[in-house]
Structure formats: C-alpha cells, structure tokens
Write a new protein. Structure first.
Length: 290
C-alpha cells in the first residue's frame, strides 16, 4: 500500500516537474522574444534615415566588422536596412494579426451561439475563404485596397481569421453543452449574459494562442506580398522590398543581400512559432505526448 502511494506521489511529482519545466521554457521564450522584438522595433524607429542614404563609395561591400550584413549597390548598410524593414514587418504583423484574431473571436462565437442560418452562412463563408488560394486572395484584396501599407493590413487581416474562427466555434459548442450552462439558462440568464460571463472567459486561452500563432503568418505574407510588388511601396523600408531587390544581384555573387535579411525574418517567425507551441503546452499540458 505504501509502495503504491509512493508511486502515485512520484508520478505526481514528475508531472509537476514537467509542467514547471514547460513554464520555465515559456518564460524564457517570452523574455527572448520580447527583448528581440522590442529591440528591433525600437531600433528601427530610432535609427535615422540618414544612415541608409546612398553612398556609392561603399557600394557592394561584403560583410565585415564595419558592415556586418554588407552593403547594397547603392552603398546602404544592409544591417540598418534590415532592422528598419523588420520594424515595419513587426508593426504590420501586430496590427493585422490582432484585427484578424478579433474577427475570428466574434465570428466563431456568433456562429456557435446564433441562429442556425447564421451558423450555416458563416461555415459557408469560411469554406469559401479557405477554398481560394491564399496568395491569390491576398493579392486581390491588397490590389483592390490600393496596395501599400493600407492594402497589406486589410488583406492580411481579413484572410487569416478562418482557422481560428472554426476552432473557437467548436470550443463554444462544447461549452454550450455543459450542465452549468443549462443551469444558468434555467435561472433566467439571457444568452448575452451567458456568452459574456461563461463562454468568452473560456475563449481567452484559444484567442491568445491563435493570435501568437497568427503573427508569423502575417509577417510572412506581408513580406511575400511586398516581394511580389503588391505590398508596401519601394520607398518604405521592408524586408520584402530588400529581398526583391537582392534577386537582381544574386547571380553576381552578392549573396549577403538576401541571406541576412531572410535569415532575420526566419528567426523572428520561428521564435513566435515556438512561443505559440510552448504556450499551448502550458495551457493544456496533457495535449503533449512528449
């Protein structure tokens, strides 16, 4: 009997240590991402535009201590350009993913709590949006909205909500079937009161995870739109513009023009992806089979 009790306690202790290790990893990634993103965002806004003016005496330089990312064919420092471009990408990603996550939350809750025809219409709309090739839809919306920063924000915001909305709808339907919801109805509470007090609080974890996991997609699609010429204007510093310009010079051996900006973009995307995955494990530790 004592051995069984000790075994159960040992298993519980092991589970607690696993959860604590995951929380430690989450804190580490949160701190790392906050420092990296805050540093890049602030640096991109603080750095003067005078540091990226053309200087033909410095054009086409390979990476060195003076220019870690090298210089382009106009003599502009690629490190400074990359930081300013990433600052723009972070701004676009934050705004677009936040708007898209809010749309997903509203649509998902309305679909699960509204009338049957509303649920059918929203499901049809989700299938329609998800059925269109994503890049094509982004290009069409961005072009229709005049391209530029406005077009990118609207395009990314109105195309990334479908997956999260479907997840939230499923979660709300499960919550509505719980016994305490029926008790609340019998006590005379309205559907609006139940939604605000019982359903929405349970959606906060899904909303946060969805928002974080949506952020890298928003950044990547902003960069791809800009790369294809349907995003930010060439006058604005952006990673997509930098990568698009670098394609002209890769055949001449100037690999650093695309390598370092692309690497920095991938690092930021991977950091946010890891943050979302670790946050998901913390909220639901039993969902992982590691």
């Amino acid at each position: 009997m004592n051995q069984t009790t000790d075994s159960v306690r040992s298993q519980q202790s092991g589970l607690k240590r696993t959860v604590m290790n995951r929380r430690t990893k989450l804190i580490f990634f949160v701190a790392l991402i906050f420092v990296v993103l805050s540093g890049i965002y602030l640096a991109g806004n603080i750095i003067s535009d005078d540091l990226i003016v053309a200087d033909f005496s410095q054009k086409g330089l390979k990476p060195s201590w003076k220019h870690p990312f090298g210089t382009d064919m106009l003599g502009r420092d690629m490190l400074v350009r990359t930081i300013k471009g990433l600052s723009v990408s972070i701004t676009v990603g934050t705004v677009a993913s936040s708007v898209s996550a809010v749309i997903a939350l509203i649509v998902g809750v309305v679909a699960a709590t509204g009338a049957a025809w509303m649920d059918n219409f929203i499901n049809w709309l989700i299938d329609l949006v998800m059925g269109i090739p994503h890049t094509v839809l982004l290009i069409l919306i961005s072009f229709a909205c005049g391209k530029g920063l406005k077009g990118v924000l609207i395009g990314v915001a109105v195309t990334h909500w479908t997956g999260l909305a479907r997840i939230i709808r499923s979660e709300v339907l499960q919550i509505r079937s719980q016994q305490y919801i029926e008790v609340s109805r019998k006590l005379g509470h309205s559907s609006w009161w139940i939604t605000v007090n019982h359903i929405l609080p349970h959606m906060i974890p899904q909303f946060i995870i969805g928002l974080i996991l949506m952020f890298p997609h928003a950044i990547m699609h902003e960069s791809s739109l800009t790369f294809l010429g349907f995003g930010l204007s060439p006058e604005q510093p952006a990673v997509g513009i930098i990568l698009s310009e670098s394609m002209k010079y890769l055949s001449t051996g100037m690999w650093w023009l695309a390598f370092f900006p692309g690497l920095m973009l991938v690092i930021i995307v991977l950091l946010f992806d890891r943050l979302g995955e670790n946050l998901k494990k913390i909220i639901d530790p039993y969902s992982s089979h590691e």
